[in-house]
Design a protein around this ligand. Structure first.
Ligand code: ADP
Ligand code: GN1
Ligand code: MG
Length: 364
């Protein structure tokens, strides 16, 4: 085993010596590993090298996660639900801090599950949206102010737009001139950003407990099925708006290709949106006010545009935030998101109609 992992058996009480460690998933933030122990069951765990560049307060993140998991694991009655829990260190901590101040944490591995980077069947959208809907419904009993804000202004469109403008004016890696088209696409939408931001400020939209990263690959499905069994990636759980969670599902479930796919193929799939609305609004079971419903209509645009400008900002800043596998990856991701934004703009009325019909059907 690599020197880097020798601490594992010393710090965590695994059922046997660690025998194998391999990479897991395709998240952009942490380094995630599947750990296999040499006990008779070959028990498996998920190890994460925690990204402190992104999350400055690991203990606050873990406090949120612990609170939320305790609540979910006590209240979820679904027969197929797979509980997630943090494996504490031998000292009883939720996360291990090593001598070089790197943080490591361990979860149980949700075995017999699949993770997808994009939706390929309508029923996956239905199942994924039900799992996020159930997650949201159960956490509606938790007071948002009991949670730490793990990343301030995380989905603040106005602030993200300002950050892009700063990155453009600083131009630290000298790329702005070369990518005028992408920069222009974003800047042309300043008015839209102002309008949408105002819509949120002007109406009384409740702050709720939200996941804030409801990507399709953050829900695990029962192996070989379209049944969501566990929601993962809980670091960004904090007070937020429902439009963030609904919008990020729209952004990732309805894209015909994954974020890394060819930009021209990034088209918003209306049939998938229909299934997503059906799964989510059929599950959440809470009354939504008119202003909140109006805010949900702009959710997919908001989240897709925010991700596009975040990827572009990172590209223009020298790739300091997201993990990348090749030099232009953040640019490719931004182009993909911008194509999707343009398509959402074309389909705006159609998507609003689907959302309204779906909410009406459940009449709360
Ligand atoms: P990141 O913040 O980097 O996205 P995640 O916590 O989402 O990290 O983990 C990355 C991927 O690893 C997930 O998308 C999922 O596919 C897989 N994964 C994470 N936790 C578990 C788990 N407990 N059981 C099985 N797979 C998991
Ligand atoms: C990151 O952790 P992951 O890969 O699920 C990011 C999200 C973005 C997403 C884009 C903490 O999510 O906000 O939507 O990449 N998470 C953080 O794919 O920044
Ligand atoms: Mg993730």
């Amino acid at each position: 085993m690599k020197e880097e992992f020798v601490f594992l058996n010393r710090e965590f009480e695994f059922p046997g010596p660690v025998k194998d460690i391999s990479s897991l998933g395709s998240g952009h933030i942490h380094d995630t590993f599947l750990v296999t122990c040499a006990d008779k069951n070959l028990s498996k765990f998920v190890l994460q090298k925690f990204n402190q560049n992104v999350f400055k307060q690991p203990l606050e993140v873990m406090s949120n996660i612990s609170l939320v998991l305790d609540h979910l694991n006590q209240t979820n009655q679904d027969a197929d639900f797979q509980p997630l829990y943090v494996i504490k260190t031998r000292k009883g901590d939720l996360i291990h801090q090593d001598s070089s101040d790197t943080f490591w944490r361990v979860y149980n591995f949700i075995d017999q599950s699949d993770s997808f980077d994009r939706v390929t069947q309508l029923d996956q959208a239905l199942g994924g949206a039900k799992a996020f809907g159930q997650f949201f419904k159960l956490l509606n009993d938790v007071n948002p102010s009991d949670l730490y804000i793990t990343i301030p202004n995380f989905h603040d469109l106005g602030i993200r737009f300002q950050q892009l403008k700063e990155a453009i004016s600083k131009d630290v890696v000298g790329k702005v001139n070369q990518y005028k088209k992408e920069v222009a696409f974003a800047l042309e939408r300043e008015q839209q950003v102002a309008e949408y931001t105002k819509l949120i400020e002007n109406h009384l939209i409740p702050t709720r407990v939200t996941h804030n990263d409801t990507k399709i690959n953050n829900v695990l499905f029962k192996k070989g099925t379209t049944q969501g069994v566990c929601v993962v990636d809980l670091d960004t759980i904090m007070p937020g708006l429902l439009l963030y969670d609904f919008g990020d599902m729209g952004r990732t479930f309805c894209n015909n290709v994954q974020e890394e796919g060819k930009a021209e193929d990034a088209i918003f799939n209306v049939d998938v949106y229909q299934s997503l609305c059906e799964g989510f609004f059929g599950t959440i079971g809470i009354p939504l006010s008119k202003p909140e419903i109006e805010s949900l209509k702009i959710g997919p645009w908001w989240m897709t545009f925010i991700m596009g400008i975040r990827f572009l900002t990172d590209f223009l800043s020298g790739d300091v935030y997201y993990k990348i596998g090749y030099t232009q990856q953040n640019l490719d991701r931004a182009r993909n998101q911008f194509n999707l934004v343009a398509d959402i703009e074309k389909k705006r009325d159609e998507l609003a109609g689907i959302l309204e019909a779906s909410i009406k059907k459940y009449a709360y």
